[in-house]
Design a protein around this ligand. Sequence first.
Ligand code: DAH
Length: 330
Amino acid sequence: MKEWYDAIKQAQSVDKLEEIRISVFGKKGVLADEFARMKSAPDDQKALIAKELNTHKNVLTNEFTARKITLQTLELQAHMKAEAIDVSMYSTKSQAGALHPVMETMDKIVEYFSSMNFAVKTGNMVEDDFNNFEALNLPKYHPARDMQDTFYFKDEMLLRTHTSPVQIRTMMTTKPPIRMIAPGAVFRRDYDITHTPMFHQVEGLLVDKEGQVSFANLKFILEDFLKYMFGDVKVRFRPSFFPFTEPSAEVDISCVFCAGEGCRVCSKTGWLEVLGCGIVDPNVFEAVKYRNVSGYAFGLGVERFAMLIHHIGDLRSLFEGDIKLLEQFQ
Ligand code: DAH
C-alpha cells in the first residue's frame, strides 16, 4: 500500500491523480483486489483484514482529496497567470464613429439651401410613372426616358430614377410660392466606375409669380452655392437639354484637381460638370395645374460632389464599407 500513498503525494497533475484514483479505488483497483483476496483468508482473520483495509481506504481517500485540491488550485493559478490581461494598459486606437462622406456632403448641401430658406422635402423612393416621368414632360416613348435606366415594378410603378418627382409631389400638394430642395436616394440600372445602382441626388425648385423668376436668379444662387461647397472655383453655365426645363444648362466648376490647368480627371478641359438646371418648362406647370407662375429648378449628384470634395477616384469605393477609407473622414 505504501507505494500508493507515495504515488498520491507525488502526483504532479490532476490528470495523473485521476489515473491513480482509478488504479486504487476503481472496480479493478488495488483495494477491490485486496477485498476480493480477503474472502479466501481464514475466517478468524477476515474481520481484522477488513478493518485494516477500511482504514487504508479512508486514509487514502483523505490523502487523495487533499492532493486533488492542492493540484486544482495550482493548475488554476497557472491558468490565470497565463491568461492575465493588463487592464491598465492603453489601447492603441480608439474607434469613434463618423458620418459617411456622402451623408456629410448631403448635410452641407442641405445646410446651404436651408440658410436660403428652402424647405426640405423627401418624397417617395417607390414612384409612379406620372411623377417620375409624365409630369416632368417625359411622355411615354420620349427618347430621353432611355437616359434613365429604370428599375420597374408592375402597374407603372418604379424606383425613382431622380429626385425631380419630388418637385411634382410638392406642387401637387402646395400652392405657390415654393422654395424647396429634395435630398435622397435614387436608383438606376447602371454599374461601373462612375455609376452605382443606388446613389443620391438633391433636387431644387423655386416657384413664384409669373415674371418674378429669371435665369439670373438661378445663376446667382448656384454660383454662390458652388463657392460654398468647393471654395474659390470658377463657375460656368453651358447650354444643355432637360425635358423639364427650358432653357436648360449644365454647370461646370474649374477643375478642383488641377485648378483649371487641365488634367486626367477633367480630361484636359480644366472644367468639371457638377449639376443640371434651368427654367421650369411650361409643360411641367401645366401637368400640376399651376397658372401664371415662373420658376427655376436644378439637380445634382451627391456622390459626385463628395468625390470632388474629398478627391476620391472610384465611386464604388463609397459603397464598399471599407473601414480604411471611412476612417479618413473622422
Ligand atoms: N433630374 C436630372 C437627372 O437626374 C437632374 C436635373 C437636371 C434636375 C436639371 C433638374 C434640372 O431639376 O433642372 O439627371
